[in-house]
Design a protein around this ligand. Sequence first.
Ligand code: GDP
Ligand code: IMO
Ligand code: MG
Length: 421
Amino acid sequence: MIDVLLGLQWGDERKGKIVDYLAPQYDIVARFQGGPNAGHTLKFDGKKFVLHTIPSGVFREGIMNLVGNGVVIDPITFVKEMEQLDEAGVEYKNRILIAKKAHLILPFHRYLDAASEASKGKSKIGSTLKGIGPTYMDKTGRNGLRVGDLLEKDFTQKYNALRNKHLKLSFIYPRVEMDLQAEEEKWLACVEQLKQLTIVDCEFYLDDALKQGKKVLAEGAQGSMLDIDFGTYPFVTSSNTITAGVCTGLGVAPQKIGEVIGITKAYCTRVGSGPFPSELFDETGEFLRKEGAEFGATTGRPRRCGWVDLVQLKYTIMLNGVTQIALTKIDVLNKFETIKAANAYKIDGETTENFPFSVDKDTLEPVYEAYEGWKSDLDGITTFEALPEKAQEYVKVLEKLLGTRISMVSTGPERKKLIVC
Ligand code: GDP
Ligand code: IMO
Ligand code: MG
């Protein structure tokens, strides 16, 4: 069976931490979409690591880490991540597998990402500028280069053909600063290192593993509200971040999916542009940003903060078929007198509990319910029963309103600060 773990909001829900915690219960951890736009933070033994493409099971001995065909890979970032592992003394060379059918991010994709954003001016997506959009465009446009192409004789020919296409395309955009030649040289050197890893037919590898009774955890990147189909389009990423993306991003059939673990913070954040109904522009939002250290793990940008939004969460629980929830960063609410949650939206005076097609800040107003805070530290608490009464009540209220079991509560960044309920 393949269990799935993914974000239910706009990303950064703490997927990295929970995958790292759960990984020992699995044989394989597999990323199924996204690329180096992701930043998954892991903290243990006083150390901090940020992973972008390599699955978050890599620090757990003996576990295989598969980068699926749905992922887009930038060899430069990938090698930097490998260096991070080398420095930490992690043995990984035989435990990282890369899908032949995963697409490659070329330096020109990064250039086009930046140029496209520059051309949009104020209406820019707020992309991480890692080349994600242009790479997925080449994939669906049937022009892309795949990891398997690196092993083919005509690789240079294919590379040059794509580069020429990019060159022509670049003329429709404003020029942006980038030493393309230097980046291309670096890229080609990194490709040689990438080729030293095991490159597999992801779909057959997983089929064999499942037939042998192995357990697989699919690790999502971004969040469901950034999904290309169901997110707040066009302010989304370019892949399917929801459970459906596991099937296409790893080559597995739907009936192989077991548990779907949805992750949500006890409040909400978003980085980049786009609608965010429960966003706070006041000192409460600022307080959440400070208490939660809400700055992007990939870009360092300050994250926008707001109250937890149950309309939005119910929508993504439905889309993903979530069977259990991990509630994270509950400790960030420790100092609050009252905690709010958006239970419905008022749109043009009408109340709705469905996430709308478009979010217009001028006509949409979240309807909040207030809950009493617990106003105490959660340090050292390891069981649900030991949580302050008001914190227990808050978790139970969310569980009831979301109609889904909350199976984990995270009370701090470190690996050990997790209550299994
Ligand atoms: P991801 O992209 O979903 O993996 O999340 P990020 O790594 O971008 O952001 C997670 C941040 O929150 C990191 O700095 C973590 O160390 C930190 N973190 C994780 N869980 C908790 C928690 O329960 N409480 C607090 N205060 N911080 C947490
Ligand atoms: P993790 O896996 C938060 C956001 C960007 C931008 C939009 C499109 O760490 O949760 P892209 O680079 O994909 O073209 O950007 O999506 N975004 C993320 N926000 N967490 C992420 O990943 C994100 N990956 C992309 O900020 O608004
Ligand atoms: Mg992140």
